[in-house]
Structures are given as C-alpha cells and as structure tokens.
Design a protein around this ligand. Structure first.
Ligand SMILES: O=C(O)c1ccccc1N[C@@H]1O[C@H](COP(=O)(O)O)[C@@H](O)[C@H]1O
Length: 210
C-alpha cells in the first residue's frame, strides 16, 4: 500500500509548491501563535490557493476557541482540521456537528495505555495522529517516540505517525509501525520554521523507497 505523506508547517509559496511537486498527499499550515511555524490567516489563505484538488490542506490548531475556529474554517476551507491540544472527545464531537470537514486528533504516545485511551476518540474524529508527548510546544518539537509501542496494535480507525520524522529515519519508522500516513515538520527545516526544499524532496523520496 502506498504510504501517504503530510508535509507540515509550510509558510512560503516555494516550500508549498515543492511539497506538492514532490508528491505530498497532505500539506499543513500551523495557526498557533506560539509556534515558529505560525502563519497569519491572510497569508494562509494565499497559500491555500496554491493547493490543487487531490492534495488535502490540513489546518493545525491548538485548543482554539469555537468562534475563532469557525472563522478560520471560513477563511481557509481546510480539507482537514488537526487538533493538537487538550481537546476532549465531547468537544471534538461538537466540532464535528458544526463544521463539516475531516478532523484529526493528535495524541502524544508515551506508553501502551495511551493506545487504550485513544478509543474515546473513535466516534468523534476521523483519524488519530500519534506524536511524541508534548514538550515546550504541544507538537512540532522534532522528537520521536518509541515506535515499537505501535507494534501489534490493532487499529480500530484510520491513523498516522508524526514526531521527529526525517528523510533519514522515515523508512525505519514505516518498517517498524506500518504507518499508512507519515507526517513531518521540523525534521525538514534548516532552522525553526525554515523549511528546506531539498529536505522536503528527500523526505518524499525516502517514503516512496521505503
Ligand atoms: O509545528 C508546530 O510548531 C506545531 C505546533 C503546535 C502543534 C503542532 C505542531 N506541529 C505538528 O506536530 C507534529 C510533529 O511535528 P515534528 O515533525 O515533530 O516537528 C506534526 O503533526 C506537526 O504538524
């Protein structure tokens, strides 16, 4: 099965185009002021126009207020909203009723028990995104978790793998976990928030060769 690729934290036309040309199935924009990858709505809307049909735009949010979330949705019409904070299953369920788009819930995976707790999100989002546990930021810390926690796990819904993925380690991550979708951000940067076209290309190539 072909592994899907999300390149996240894009903020310039050049890197957005590079991700799309390199074969990303998903491109991500982070709208979270504390992040070095934060992009203002107006700039995000300009990048959104570069995304062709067939490639999904993912908006990464962290515990956003409902009214502001609705405003972001109207401005960008993302194909996916990624929730990367402490959003509860009840809150996710409410969002699902009011905003008709695909939703992902990120979960920091520290121990096997988290995989059990993940079940509470089964009916209130479309995909679980396993990432390393939060550090200074809720995500985008460039840190991998113990991938073998996912070995033998039986997925009960669509899922994806994030956390410190790079062109050098993504093949091993796929081999260990069987991830159907891999998501990379800070591992494709030369400095926080500065994406590298070469690293984006190398990552997509490494996923295809895995
Ligand atoms: O990228 C960020 O700055 C960010 C901020 C707040 C929440 C999530 C964020 N990024 C997402 O975190 C994962 C893992 O990223 P990394 O490859 O370890 O840097 C990914 O989904 C990013 O989109």
């Amino acid at each position: 099965m072909t592994t899907q690729i999300k390149i996240c934290g894009l903020s310039t036309p050049e890197t957005m185009d590079a991700a799309i040309d390199a074969g990303a199935t998903h491109v991500g924009l982070v709208h979270y002021e504390k992040s070095p990858r934060h992009i203002e709505l107006e700039d995000a809307a300009k990048l959104r126009r570069r995304v062709p049909e067939g490639v999904k735009l993912v908006l990464v949010t962290v515990a956003m207020q409902p009214q502001y979330l609705a405003r972001c949705y109207e401005a960008l019409r993302p194909d996916v909203i990624q929730f990367h904070g402490s959003e509860t299953p009840e809150w996710m369920a409410l969002v699902r009723k009011t905003i008709k788009t695909e939703t992902w819930r990120a979960l920091g995976l520290r121990e096997a028990a988290t995989l059990e707790r993940a079940r509470q999100f089964e009916d209130c989002c479309d995909l679980l995104l396993f990432d390393a546990p939060a550090k200074s930021l809720p995500g985008g810390n460039g840190v991998s978790f113990q991938w073998d926690l996912l070995q033998g796990w039986e997925p009960f819904m669509p899922w994806a793998l994030a956390g410190g993925l790079t062109p050098d380690n993504v093949a091993a991550a796929i081999a260990t976990t069987g991830a159907p979708l891999v998501d990379a951000s800070s591992g494709l940067e030369t400095a926080p928030g500065e994406k590298s076209v070469d690293l984006i290309r190398a990552f997509c190539e490494a996923v295809r060769s895995a």
